[in-house]
Design a protein around this ligand. Structure first.
Ligand SMILES: [Zn+2]
Length: 371
């Protein structure tokens, strides 16, 4: 009886500890699909190469790491909007997000493999790649609302990426470096680990990379990427990078929960500012300027500085951090302020709160008239 009891206790502990450990989850995102073929080569389409390599990579991980959960954003030839891809990764509570793409260039001689993490490349050398991959957004109806006014073709729109200091940068770069090392071992031309602002990477709350396998526009590389052997080579290389990353991960036993909690209801501004040296009353209409939005809090400070504007603040809405500047009960003053920062933040716009709730400009006008 005593032995049975000990067994019961032991198995309960086992069960509890098992249930509380989430399996390591890798999310594989084969770029493009369905109505969006991606880059086109003389003989092949990017979406097919991406999918084949992704499926092979997933198989290799499943075979060799039964403890790892593999999630695909698509495992067939179908169209998945960019935002949905990051949503799938976030919902799966992923530990690593791998986007797989194939490059193209007007210069047919361009070739080689590169791996991107999110970040600002000051030389702007990779903007064309980001623009092309982000432009998938334009295929979506109502993309302006869905992507908060982000225009993938306009360099100005990339303002929201500028202040990203992702807490996942180091891990993302680590995996990117392993991947490029493996590409070198498989005799692929190494174009290195690069930084650029891909929407799909910006939206995920985990270490994330975007791999450009090679150039579909280069006839020799296209032939390689369309071949079974070529696709196996690429999938194998990425798999080896994954195995190394996972090994390091297990060694360091990184705490599982890296997610930032987000709230779905608008919160009133977290701190008052005195940009106008006046008392701002919450019972009256409060005007502010919204500067940019991000999925993650960009700096720990509750009153950060951006481009020389001090005491900025933020509120949370629908899973977004929305950064604002200025706070006044006076519409004329906010218009003046908007004008004064036009050269620094050309896309800033006015938002309005009343009793801590966000309201429209029209509603604000009505309330102001009543008083
Ligand atoms: Zn692509």
């Amino acid at each position: 009886m005593k032995r049975l009891f000990v067994y019961f206790i032991f198995s309960t502990i086992l069960f509890v500890s098992y249930a509380s450990t989430k399996p390591f989850t890798v999310v594989i995102d084969p770029g493009h699909g369905g109505k969006d073929p991606g880059a086109m080569g003389p003989n092949g389409r990017e979406k097919d190469i991406n999918l084949n390599v992704s499926l092979k990579l997933g198989d290799l991980i499943k075979q060799n790491h039964p403890d790892v959960k593999v999630v695909f954003t698509r495992d067939v030839d179908k169209y998945v909007p960019l935002q949905d891809r990051s949503n799938i990764a976030n919902k799966a509570n992923g530990d690593l997000f791998i986007c797989i793409h194939t490059n193209a260039s007007k210069a047919r001689s361009a070739y080689g493999s590169e791996t991107y993490t999110i970040g600002l490349d000051k030389t702007n050398a990779n903007f064309e790649v980001a623009k092309r991959e982000n432009s998938v957004i334009l295929l979506e109806e109502g993309y302006k609302e869905k992507y908060q006014g982000f225009d993938p073709t306009s360099p100005d729109s990339y303002i929201m990426f500028e202040f990203m200091q992702s807490k996942f940068s180091d891990k993302s770069i680590e995996f990117a470096a392993y991947t490029q090392d493996e590409f070198i071992s498989s005799k692929r031309y190494n174009r290195g680990v690069r930084q650029e602002n891909f929407w799909v990477l910006h939206q995920t709350k985990m270490p994330s990379v975007l791999i450009e396998l090679g150039f579909i526009s280069n006839p020799i590389e296209e032939r390689f990427l369309l071949s079974k052997e070529g696709q196996n080579t690429m999938a194998n290389s990425i798999y080896k990078a994954f195995a190394k990353y996972k090994h390091e991960y297990d060694k360091k036993n990184v705490a599982a929960n890296t997610n930032i909690a987000t709230t779905e209801t608008p919160q009133p501004p977290v701190s008052k500012m005195d940009n106008f040296n006046q008392q701002v009353s919450d019972s009256k209409v409060v005007y502010q300027l919204q500067l940019f939005i991000t999925r993650k809090q960009v700096v720990d400070s509750k009153a950060p500085d951006f481009r020389g504007l001090t005491n900025c603040t933020f509120y949370e809405e629908g899973g977004w951090f929305k950064y604002t500047y200025g706070s006044t009960n006076n519409l004329d003053e906010i218009l003046k302020l908007k004008n004064s920062i036009k050269s620094i933040f050309p896309e800033a716009f006015i938002i309005v709160f009343h009793n801590g709730k966000k309201i429209s400009l029209q509603e604000a006008e009505k309330i102001s008239k009543q008083k």
